[in-house]
Design a protein around this ligand. Structure first.
Ligand code: NAG
Length: 309
């Protein structure tokens, strides 16, 4: 008879980024720096945008919300990893595991839709500047942002519920530093056929916003090429440069993460996972703040206000 564990009382063991002690120490130190930088960077972005009236427009509304999502996203896995390393434990409860699985998929989807909304906003601003205010009404940012959260969570829910139904036999050792859904499926002794199909479907759904981004940029580039002028190219580049950088970084790591056999895991995958979990959310505020003169001046004012008061 097979020994089945009831999943509700189960603890999982997180083996870490690579599972090698010295490398775990290195990643601990790395995350110890990366996590606070990600929090502070994203928090400052939100504060700067809210404090500067000139930044109260769609693009910065999306950017503030992107930072808001990224604060949550890095808080799902990094503090747990840091705490476990400090306490010398590797355990995570099944409930904690489920929470990580749900939040990672939900927030990732939300990020994805916000990036698509930003691309759409850029495309309208550049290719139909005269209609911008009628197409992008003040309410549309609220709608798009709320929609992103709802759709993100709706996309995650089936995966979470399917994972609740799994039973686990024998080893509960997750070969990762967080509860990665594919690593969990690998450990289950249930039939995971349907779960795997749902993940591939999820990746398909995930590609819809990417398609919107590609279409938006086709519009942007065709507009710029129709009336080729240095000024137009520069305007398009200054509007879209940061967004394109963030999008490339984001989808580059996402594709590295998910467009590979779901159940294999090597050192290369570990590096991609760290990029995806820790680096991307940290880098976004820097990419935007370094490139945008408005952001820099808003941040400067934020600090001088603090110092003078
Ligand atoms: C996100 O967008 C909403 C809707 O426009 C806005 O009210 C809110 O302040 C934004 N969130 C953050 C953290 O800036």
């Amino acid at each position: 008879m097979r020994e089945e564990n009831k999943s509700s009382t189960l603890d999982f063991i997180l083996l870490g980024v690579t599972g090698q002690q010295e490398q775990e120490d290195f990643f601990f130190i790395l995350f110890l720096f990366v996590y606070p930088i990600a929090l502070i960077g994203n928090l400052l972005t939100i504060l700067a945008i809210h404090s500067d009236i000139r930044l109260h427009n769609h693009m910065y509304c999306f950017l503030a919300n992107l930072s808001f999502v990224d604060i949550f996203f890095s808080s799902v896995t990094l503090p747990k990893m840091l705490a476990n390393h400090l306490l010398g434990t590797e355990a995570v409860s099944f409930g904690g595991c489920l929470r990580q699985i749900h939040l990672i998929i939900a927030l990732d989807n939300t990020d994805n839709y916000i990036l698509a909304a930003m691309a759409d906003d850029h495309a309208v601003a550049i290719s139909r500047p005269l209609h911008y205010t009628t197409i992008m009404s003040p309410r549309s940012c609220v709608l798009l942002v709320v929609g992103s959260w709802v759709v993100g969570n709706a996309n995650a829910l089936p995966h979470t519920l399917l994972t609740v139904g799994l039973s686990f036999c024998g080893s509960q050792k997750v070969a990762n530093f967080y509860c990665y859904i594919a690593s969990l499926l690998k450990l289950s002794c249930s039939n995971i056929h349907f779960n795997v199909k749902m993940i591939y479907l999820g990746i398909g759904v995930f590609s819809v916003p990417l398609l919107c981004i590609v279409i938006s940029y086709v519009h942007v580039f065709s507009t710029v090429l129709q009336v080729p002028s240095t000024k137009g190219v520069l305007k398009a580049f200054s509007t879209c440069g940061s967004h394109l950088t963030v999008v490339s970084l984001y989808y580059g790591t996402i594709m590295g993460m998910y467009f590979r056999p779901l159940t294999s895991y090597s050192l290369k995958d570990a590096v991609i996972t760290v990029m995806y979990m820790a680096m991307t959310p940290m880098l976004n505020p820097f990419i935007y703040s370094f490139r945008s003169r408005d952001m820099k001046s808003a941040l400067g004012k934020l600090f001088s206000k603090r110092i003078s008061s």
